[in-house]
Design a protein around this ligand. Sequence first.
Ligand SMILES: Cc1cc2nc3c(=O)[nH]c(=O)nc-3n(C[C@H](O)[C@H](O)[C@H](O)COP(=O)(O)OP(=O)(O)OC[C@H]3O[C@@H](n4cnc5c(N)ncnc54)[C@H](O)[C@@H]3O)c2cc1C
Length: 419
Amino acid sequence: MGLSVAYELTKNGYKPEIIEADDCLGGMAASFDFANQRIERYYHFHCTGDFTYKNLLKELGLEKQLNWKKTKMGFFFNGKLYEWGSVFSVLKFPAISFFSRLRYLLHALRCLIINDWKHLDKIKATKWLKKWLGKKSYRILWEKLFEYKFFNYSDEISAAWIWSRIKRLGKSRHLLKETLGYLNGGSEKFIQAIETRIRNSGGIVYLNSKVKSITPRKKGGGTIDFGRGEIFYDEIISTIPLPLIGKIFKNGGVKENIYISYLNCKSIACVCVILQLSKPVSKNFWININDNRFKIPGLIEMSNLRPLSGHIVYIPFYMPTQNDDFNRDNDDFIKDAWDCLKEINNELDDKDLLNSYCNRYLFAQPICHTNFKKGSPNENPFRGIYTSDTTSYYPDDRGISESIEYGIKLANAIINTSA
Ligand SMILES: Cc1cc2nc3c(=O)[nH]c(=O)nc-3n(C[C@H](O)[C@H](O)[C@H](O)COP(=O)(O)OP(=O)(O)OC[C@H]3O[C@@H](n4cnc5c(N)ncnc54)[C@H](O)[C@@H]3O)c2cc1C
């Protein structure tokens, strides 16, 4: 989002400065070296409806690097891997009654045709799904996904948020097939291209530069401390996770009633295991999991979408950082992930595990509760200071295309206000 804001500003003649805490750009979409290849820290796929992303790739001359592939989905339940995701696979799924399967499909269809989501903002996702699917289907198909993604927050998530997720994916699926996209070279290619455009237009990028404080100035803008002394900027646009702004404002002497609203924003972490295997787990791109032995809501077999060296599988463990489990060693998570894969495909043997790694992101998934915008921080709390993150485009879930789109809108709104 920050890169998108900066790029849009340069297109309008501004020379923005990007302040990034990490040693590389890209945030959740950044890449790293794994098993002799560059790979994303967290898996990324694109949906056919990601129009803003597609438009930006075109602008950057990368549209031919975007590939589309028919992908498959599976569901691991009661020790068995079922086909999932297509109409036929749902109609064949034996663990729920035929009537329940029809209810499931009807709900998926309804999600596609709902446009006005305001009423869903007030309803709990769990209650809404139980009502539409029935309690048994909910328990089998959704309960573990909520439990192992949101833990104690499961019952707080709004129906609008889950509806938007179902709809985004539903638009990438047709009756029988799911089509997903990947970029040759991964998100890094796109991040590098946008960085080059920004730098070539006079923009500046500071890496390894964690913002410690922002002190607003009455007349507008404010000073930022990011390890080079206090530097004044007339417009400050923050795109870091909102909960982090609380401390930054507090350090900058901002009043408690303002910085508290940021500290109250909740998010959960992701401990994401990546395994390189000598053979595939399955033919699926992703597998939903409902198995009491593993606290894993699903896995992503990335190399069934994007060609990579070896068979690459991402296994995300989402959890609030307050969970005791969060303090477990990376090796423990890797072991759990590998044990789970061996259960799904019992032809896998320890010699098939070639490489493993574990990334952690503290603010991986915001908690989008009911009545979400009520009590949310003001996105323009001071003159010339703007704060946004992936929750700014609620009810849509975090996504690359969505963050880019919001960044473009934000930049233009600021340009128009300051003109
Ligand atoms: C496991 C996982 C899977 C995902 N899968 C997909 C997918 O398949 N498809 C898809 O479209 N999206 C996916 N996403 C979401 C996608 O990665 C994000 O929506 C997108 O990258 C959000 O970008 P952003 O710039 O809004 O936020 P972020 O990526 O969170 O960027 C925030 C930036 O702020 C920096 N920062 C934080 N604190 C400071 C500070 N104090 N000073 C300076 N800088 C700071 C961070 O280092 C980071 O670079 C996934 C995310 C995760 C975690």
